[in-house]
Design a binder for this molecule. Sequence first.
Ligand code: ASP
Ligand code: MG
Length: 443
Amino acid sequence: MLVMKFGGSSVADRAQIEKVLGIVRGRASRRPVVVSSAHKGITNALIAAGEAARGGASAAGAAVIARQRAIAADLGCSPGLIDPLFDEIADLCRGVRLVRELSPRSLDTIASFGERMAVRVIADFFTRSGLASRAFDVWDLGFVTDSAFGQARPLPGYEARMREAFRRLVPEGFVPIVTGFVGKDAAGDLTTVGRNGSDLTATLVAAGVGAEEVEIWSDTDGVMTADPRLVEGARNIPRMSFDEAAELAYFGARVLHPETLLPAMGRGIPVRVLNTNRPEHPGTVITAAPGEGGRPVTSIAYKPGQSVLTVTSTRMLAQHGFLARLFEITARHGITVDVVATSEVSVSFTSDDKTALEAALPELSAIGTCRLSPGKTILAVVGHRLPERAGAGAWILHALAEAEVNVEMLSYGQGSINLTMVIDDAEVDRAVRALHSTLLAER
Ligand code: ASP
Ligand code: MG
């Protein structure tokens, strides 16, 4: 089986869905399982409708329903096809308006409609176009999750249930069109795996059914050496390792949801990143074995809008347990720490949650003097050959020095494939361009 995931822009409208039809048809012999996102913009519109309803707006769902109705009509779907879902959206918005409350659980239910509507219109359109397809809500295929609304994960053992459900429910010769993003907990409440989570659904489904490969179809030519909006010379990376791709996804490359690779990594299922608008482009293939070639650096990623917190205390000197006390506080406040650097008397760390850092400040101030600096960017230089290359650090820092970028924090662990730095948000463009032209320019 081949799991093919199509993102929101790939299924934005009829023109895009026709491209998807051509791509899936071309792979019919590999027993494709399509995992689809909502049409572009629909999830945002559903969430906005929920929020408007909480604010007291009447008929909050009308705009998103009209938008979805227009896409379905354009695809020639019979007018009644998804009316029951439209009714549910309207009812839900009415309920939210009455109670003026939008819990994480209600928010997941509202957000879930995008994928549920999309798979139904796509399967209907494919079938009328001669590719026999059937729409599925992923929970009917065994995807039962925990109840962590907004970040649900499948319950252990879901794989066996999924294989069994596929055997029982997906008729031979039909392409299953499956909802990304959503799930259902054991109590029957709807959940989601988190924004942009359809990639993750795709690899989880692939792990469940034991697929030979996962294809992630979006609107770039695979994974790029740097953000093409910043760097004119950004290029496609033909091959990379799971480790490299995971670091890049986590540190800001926007092509993959950060957790996407874990389920595929665990089972050695290759992940290919491809462009719906240029299906002939080979994209990027991500496998356990790192790519060939001598380039020490594979790619540059960045994540703006971070805050740095520095705790300084002479009590750290020759003491044990200081870091444990520090991170016990951050853990209790639910702060995800990304980059850490320490000296003898101070510890600096980053987080993207400034509000939580502020809330933790009184407690942190009890163990040392604290300074909170917002407006920072994590800059990551990733490459599986970094650890074996003498002078790689000097090379990277020199490029930044030449561009007059001030590196405020630096972290690199033994054997690491990622040299991580923290700079000011205002210097990102300059830093990424300088690094790309030094480390990744075409030779
Ligand atoms: N439709 C969902 C979102 O917009 C999931 C996804 O696109 O992957 O977040
Ligand atoms: Mg999306």
